[in-house]
Design a protein. Structure first.
Lengths: 711, 632
């Protein structure tokens, strides 16, 4: 059978199944029964993207099936055959959605099924920074489970995000592959149709970050081809349905690499029977370049392990966490004072004889990273220091929480047994500092102190004074006190018309890029995403309008956005890429705003979830009344100061409220004299429905109620 | 009628209007003066082989005279006339090749003729099983190869060396049907003998002998011409150029090189680069020397040096009509005898250079391999000195030119294909596998070689461009040579941007391989490159090329060379579509032989179709049938 014949056979089969499933579902539940996926603002996302049609009830589906069937022309033509592949994607999306009618079909499956909007938003930053260099979609059942596991682990070590479909999930689990979102290996499900959940991720990336208008299918295909670095590996024999799914992948621009003979199309559909070569072959096929930092430690070090938790039962050693002291410091030094690649442990190692037979090794720890370089600046110290958190977490078998002198590190028994020691933390920090900051760090040495006396003495004499000095500098860093703001266009690889303006008091909306980060980024990569904006004279400093900012934004967004008001949510608010930590929306009846963070999955008082609120903006579009921002911005005196400032906040999820309470209270007090402002802000433990929220606000005498009407 | 027929071309109208104002005569005037062309000649039934004639038999069976004085019927007369066109066409390509080989025999390290692609020299020497092909001193090897190549024209025994490039299945058919060509001169001579008065009177036998002679062109003369030109002047690589009359520069000394043989043109380019010449041009008030090419000399020069393409066959007069050409330098083939007279309307000097194509009316400077560079220098100097004679009032250059990509030799195509081969594949480089892969997978439906001339029987360039545009739209990749290639250049089809005119599959291929959908493979002798490419694909799959979904097309052909080409393309197992119907319809038997019966013993046939859209429909059916046959 020719390739196109195979594709059509698969597409026709799926079309038949889809039609049957839709008819059965309507017979069982009736046309008015609602259908959809959990926690998404995009209905059936692929159908929505391709046609602009919002599928809400089962009664909407027969028309979609009609469109699907019209895509299958059975004509001998690649374009038509790829359309048939897309029809299979649409069919799979419908079939999977129908499976959700009876509750979560993945409740008892090792797969997770549908990937919710907030997870996709959380992947935005690592994807644009290249921290996740690519997306591997693995499908089938391998004839060689050990080779399969090696492939998955290789992707994991290279930081790729791997989605798995079929029996390879169990095969990989049995071979010891660590799985889950935290490990960047995501089992989707066993039915071939569950592969649609990763297609849905790619399509929603185009909706969320790309801001592409639903219904413009060719633009979606261009987006996924150019901006979503995904590819497919199939394992085992292929049937027509898999080939048809593969055609859909190729239509999206994702090459398919099989381990059995296929009709080859160089660059799109290929065979690589040698599993030892699958990884390199696939990366080359999708043109994914891996930045390798070879680190001489006995365990893997990869961003894929960043989310790993170390629980009590697997823990070997612990530092900090209220049990012992633990601090970390990055300090600039003279070039002559630093001996490059000198790693020193002062005090006992974790394999010291004194720990023989001890249940958990607990030691005080002071991590001192001294860096020197001609372009190094004191302001970069804290930027580099924050990276200790990430670099330590990249270690397979290490967990890092907190920062400064509330740092908390755990190591696993497994890592210890592989030979991992404290000095290896030093090795990892050294290697990553040199690799990631090569423009400013010419030399680096790491000292780890484990004697209590040293740790305490240095904390008082060296560490705390430096923290205090930095805090003072940070406190004095306001939008007024600097002459330069920065752009951040990092996300333009995903959201081509979005540009962040980063100021000392307004960090990037992803929460990952502060003004100091931008300043350092400019130094590290002079032509890179952070470019200075010389402020010049303000048009209106109070609400945040600068001619220089408008000009720069217009240029950096290729003309898509011409005006930005930095401190307003109503007048030309800053755009969003889509990967913001929080979304702020107006609650008119309370004369204020609610803020919802990405992690909060329930409905908010404005009647929308985070995902639904988030879908109102993003993709570089200005939507007055909605604004994405970082958590840190909530404690800023510039927070929507054009509309009266942060005392407009009337509701936040409890977790977010607690997280920002200290800074928010301080800022509110300094601005308005109100003490403990946070106590006046409602949360879901108090009320979520509009009336009850208002009642609460009135009982607390919330200042927003007495302010000028917000709209 | 003339202006009507030129609708398609953007520059023709103003150019012809200018000719009228200037009192210059063009092919259109002469075409009109011809009135209705001879119906007997058109049908191929006029015999003037012996002096008893001319005899003409009725082109309609059963009506009027059915036999000539000697008794030859329409079948015999048509077959003989057709065969003699093959002999002439084969002679033209092969004699061109012989000159190239002679130049190689004159090659020496200090030039001007020297070995520029030594690797290719050694590769072909190895292919021809020369001892020490890898190690022998370059020029000793070159001279030895030149002598062996010259033997291919007159060796007493054996068949053409390059035939071994074909898959065994095809070679077996040639042996079975006795169409494997022997020495080139022998095939021409024996065919002329066969078609002498009172010899062959079996139309199928004449056809077969004609095909064998055509094969001596494709696998002999043309292939030698191509490969030895590459060794001598460099194998073409992808490069940018520009095309159409707008490349003539009003502020420069313009020299038009026209004809087919690169020997002279290479020397002219070399001579024009001489700083002394450039200085002289400046002293005469020009900004420099601008060499522009036409027909296949233009193709040869553009694909090796990026020399701009002034136009194709039917534009040779328009070029002079711009009033801005200082010298037209011609070598051989396709040169209108009308040019010297036309040149006199302007200041333009017309210089013919070959004994084989001495054209009366202006100048003759004989070019020889021994004195090549001196001859060229004389010509360039003459052009430069002619610059002050230009009449500014008569200068009018159409402001139309089109960027273009040229130079896709087989080697360059393979090099581009290599870019999509995953480096994890062992032994994956240096083959046409990616091309056969996309054909077999159906990403592209097939491939077409679109070649040939211009002919006033077709709206100029319209048939070429329509066929190409329709084919790429339907995911058929095109390779082009000759005046068809120049038509494609002018229409913007030889650009990476032309991918937007393609079907989805070919678009993908163009993007991934980074090539235009229509690939310029050179001059008309370079159809041998197309032949080579098809045979590499067939060989990779271990099948007869006749099974592959590929076709040959000559939408606007006119020359005897085209008849020879069509014969060797069909002989090589590739169905060949002719947009101008050859002069054979006077014999229904011979017509049926060409369009049907030959399929049975050669595995390919001719298709006559004047309407380019209908032709494309037929081609698509043909390609799809081939695909079904292969089970792909």
């Amino acid at each position: 059978m020719s390739l196109t014949d195979l594709i059509y056979a698969g597409s026709n089969a799926v079309a038949g199944l889809t039609e049957g499933a839709v008819n059965d579902a309507i017979a069982k539940y009736g046309e008015g029964h609602s259908v959809g996926y959990p926690d998404t603002a995009y209905f059936l996302p692929i159908i929505y993207a391709a046609t602009g049609v919002k599928i809400k009830t089962l009664g909407d589906l027969p028309a979609a099936v009609g469109i699907l069937k019209s895509l299958i022309t059975n004509k001998e033509d690649l374009g038509e055959a790829l359309n048939a592949g897309l029809a299979t994607a649409v069919g799979a999306e419908i079939i999977e959605a129908i499976r959700y009618l009876d509750g979560d079909p993945y409740a008892n499956d090792s797969g997770i099924g549908f990937v919710a909007d907030p997870i996709i938003r959380s992947l935005g930053v690592p994807l644009v920074t290249g921290d996740i260099p690519g997306i591997a979609v693995l499908l089938g059942e391998s004839s060689d489970p050990a080779a399969l596991a090696a492939i998955v682990k290789d992707y994991q070590e290279k930081g790729l995000l791997t989605f798995m479909v079929g029996n390879i999930i169990e095969q990989a689990l049995e071979a010891g592959v660590k799985m889950g979102l935290d490990y960047r290996v995501i089992p989707l499900g066993h039915e071939v149709t569950s592969v649609i959940h990763v297609v849905s991720v790619a399509i929603r990336a185009a909706l969320i970050f790309g801001g592409i208008e639903p219904g413009k299918l060719p633009e979606f295909l261009t987006y996924t081809k150019e901006r979503v670095p995904a590819f497919v590996n199939t394992f085992g024999e292929l049937n027509e349905v898999i080939v048809s799914v593969g055609a859909g992948a190729i239509a999206l621009g994702f090459p398919v690499i099989a381990d059995v003979p296929v009709p080859e199309v160089p660059g799109a559909l290929m065979t690589q029977a040698d599993h030892a070569k699958t990884v390199e072959f696939s990366l080359e096929a999708r043109d994914i370049k891996i930045k390798v930092t070879k680190i001489d430690v006995p365990v893997s070090v990869a961003s894929a392990f960043e989310g790993e938790r170390v629980r009590k039962d697997t823990m070997f050693a612990e530092f900090g966490g209220n049990k012992t002291k633990c601090w970390e410091l990055v300090k600039e030094a003279e070039l002559s004072e630093v001996e490059d690649h000198k790693i020193t442990v002062v005090g006992p190692e974790i394999d010291d004889a004194q720990f023989e037979g001890v249940d958990v090794v607990r030691l005080p720890l002071g991590i001192l990273v001294e860096v020197a370089g001609k372009s190094m600046q004191k302001d970069f110290e804290s930027v580099l220091e924050r990276r200790i958190h990430y670099f330590t977490n990249y270690i397979d078998g290490a967990m890092h929480v907190g920062q400064r002198n509330i740092a908390w590190i755990r190591l696993t028994k497994e890592a210890f047994e592989k030979g991992f020691r404290l000095k290896h933390i030093g090795e990892v920090l050294y290697a990553k500092m040199r690799a990631d900051f090569d423009n400013v760090v010419d030399k680096c040495q790491v000292t780890l102190y484990t004697n209590l006396a040293d740790v305490e003495r240095l904390e008082e004499e060296m560490v705390k004074p430096i923290y205090a000095e930095r805090d003072e500098r940070m406190g004095a860093l306001t939008d007024e006190s600097v002459e330069t703001f920065y752009t951040c266009t990092l996300c333009q690889s995903f959201a081509p018309s979005h540009v962040c303006v980063v100021t000392p008091e307004r960090l990037g909306l992803c929460g990952a890029v502060s003004w100091l980060d931008s300043k350092a980024t400019k130094e590290l990569d002079p032509a890179g995403p952070s470019q200075p904006i010389e402020k010049g004279e303000a048009v209106d400093e109070k609400i945040g309008i600068w001619e220089s900012v408008n000009k720069t934004v217009a240029a950096a967004s290729q003309g898509a956005v011409e005006r930005v008001t930095l401190y307003s949510i109503l007048e030309d608010p800053m755009t969003s890429c889509g990967c913001f930590e929080c979304i702020c929306g107006i609650m008119p009846e309370a004369n204020g705003v609610v803020i919802v963070n990405r992690e909060f999955s329930e409905i908010s008082p404005v009647g929308m979830t985070f995902g639904e609120l988030a879908s109102m903006t993003g993709g570089g579009v200005q939507t007055p009344g909605f604004m994405g921002h970082g958590r840190h911005f909530i404690g800023s005196k510039k927070f929507m100061s054009a509309e009266g400032g942060l005392t407009r906040i009337v509701w936040m999820p409890k977790e977010l409220k607690d997280d920002v309470a200290e800074r928010l209270n301080k800022a509110a007090f300094e601005l308005t004299g109100i003490e403990n402002f946070v106590d006046m802000v409602c949360d879901e433990t108090i009320a979520t429905d509009s009336e009850a929220v208002l009642e609460f606000l009135e009982s607390k005498g919330h200042p927003a109620l007495a302010m000028d009407p917000i709209m | 009628m003339s202006n009507e027929i030129l609708n398609y071309d953007k520059v023709a109208e103003e150019s012809l209007a200018k000719a009228q104002r200037d009192g210059a005569e063009t092919m259109w005037d002469r075409r009109a003066a011809q009135k209705t062309q001879c119906g007997f000649g058109e049908a191929g039934v006029c015999c003037r082989i012996c002096a008893m004639g001319p005899c003409r038999v009725s082109p309609v069976p059963g009506k009027g005279a059915e036999r000539g004085i000697c008794g030859a019927n329409a079948d015999t007369i048509v077959a003989r006339n057709f065969a003699r066109m093959v002999a002439a066409g084969t002679s033209a390509h092969s004699d061109h090749a012989r000159d190239i080989v002679h130049a190689m025999h004159h090659a020496k390290a200090e030039g001007p003729f020297k070995i520029r692609d030594e690797a290719k020299l050694r590769r072909i020497a190895a292919e021809w099983e020369i001892e020490d092909a890898a190690t022998k001193e370059t020029y000793a090897l070159a001279h030895q190869m030149a002598e062996i190549a010259l033997e291919e024209f007159g060796k007493p025994f054996g068949t053409q060396r390059f035939l071994k490039r074909a898959p065994q299945a095809r070679q077996d058919i040639w042996a079975r049907e006795d169409i494997a060509p022997r020495a080139i001169d022998q095939e021409v001579v024996t065919l002329l003998h066969s078609t002498h008065m009172g010899c062959a009177a079996d139309y199928e036998s004449i056809f077969r002998r004609g095909m064998r002679t055509g094969m001596a062109d494709g696998w002999g003369g043309s292939m030698i011409g191509t490969e030895f030109s590459d060794i001598l002047y460099g194998t073409p690589t992808a490069r940018a150029s520009s095309s159409n009359l707008g490349v003539i520069d009003a502020e420069m000394v313009n020299i038009l090189i026209h004809g087919h043989d690169p020997n002279l043109a290479e020397m002219v380019v070399l001579a024009a680069q001489n700083p002394e010449m450039v200085e002289m041009a400046k002293a005469k008030g020009a900004k420099g020397i601008n060499i522009v090419g036409m027909c296949c000399t233009g193709n040869e020069m553009t694909m090796r040096h990026g020399i701009k393409i002034a136009g194709n066959f039917y534009q040779q007069e328009m070029c002079i009509i711009t009033g801005a050409i200082e010298a037209v330098v011609v070598d051989v083939q396709c040169i209108f005898p009308a040019l010297p007279e036309l040149a006199k309307t302007y200041h333009t000097r017309f210089i013919s250079t070959s004994q084989k194509a001495k054209i009366a009316g202006d100048m003759y400077i004989e070019f020889s391999e021994a004195t090549g560079l001196d001859n060229a220098a004389e010509i360039v100097k003459l052009a430069v000195e002619n610059f002050p004679n230009r009449d500014a009032a008569k200068v009018e250059i159409p402001d139309i030119k089109q960027d273009t990509m040229v130079g896709y030799s087989v080697e360059t195509i393979i090099q581009h294909l290599d870019a999509v081969v995953n480096s994890q594949l062992e032994d994956g480089l240096g083959t046409v596998k990616p091309l056969t892969d996309v054909i077999y997978a159906g990403v592209i439906r097939g491939a077409a070689g679109v070649v040939g001339c211009n002919n006033p029987k077709q709206q100029h360039d319209y048939a070429h461009i329509t066929v190409m545009e329709e084919l790429i739209k339907r995911d058929v990749i095109c390779v082009v040579t000759g005046c068809a290639a120049q038509a494609a250049a002018k229409a913007g089809l030889l650009t990476l941007e032309a991918k937007e005119k393609c079907g989805r599959g070919l678009l993908e291929v163009c993007e991934r391989v980074n090539i235009p959908p229509v690939l310029h493979m050179g001059s008309c002798v370079d159809i041998s490159r197309i032949l080579h490419l098809v045979n590499l694909c067939a060989d990779l799959k271990g099948i007869d090329p006749a099974l592959l979904p590929v076709v040959g097309i000559a939408p606007e052909w006119m020359s005897e060379k085209a008849v020879a080409i069509a014969n060797y393309v069909v002989g090589s197992g590739i169905n060949t579509y002719l947009g101008v119907i050859p002069q054979v319809l006077g014999s229904p038997n011979f017509t049926k032989l060409m369009t049907e019966d030959v399929q049975e013993f050669i595995g390919a046939h001719f298709v006559f179709e004047k309407d380019p859209i209908v032709m494309v429909d037929k081609i698509m059916e043909d390609l799809e049938a081939k695909r079904v046959g292969l089970g792909i």
